[in-house]
Design a protein. Sequence first.
Length: 183
Amino acid sequence: MHKINENAAVAQLSEMFALSMGFSLKYAQQIKAAALLHDVGKQSVPSVILNKAGKLTPMEQTIMKAHTKMGAQMLSGIPGQFGIIARTVAEFHHERADGSGYWGIPISKLPDYIPIIAVSDIFVACRSARPYKEPWPLDRSLWHLATLEGTQFSPGTIRPFMRLIGSIRNMPGVFALSGHIAT
């Protein structure tokens, strides 16, 4: 249940971020739906790896990385533009601005929704408990994102994200985000 809440938070945050960046409502809703499915490939990863408290071995890292390709394959039956977006998100949400992501593709060569989902995903991961870490406070999470701008995240992505977080931080009843935005 916890991971579902995280996926919902990534999805809602991605939609809000897309809207704040000037994307149309229809496009932002497609981004939200695709973000909800971004980690579907983790169903193919053994729970012993997903729940490991320590560092993954090289073999475990290879298996974990494969969740992106498996996710894209699992979503291959979805037709149309949304199918393309969902598969692209599943496959490439771990790519980085500097090209050092899972598959070595600079984020600038990917569709404009990938950086939105990548930032939202890492932010929610920072704010969430993991077998190897406690949830980070909001300030530490935002600082962490800022340190990754230009390497993991595209330049110019983090400041608008921080403005978004500031604007929704005190909004009561923000659907799946309540536990991820509060201090």
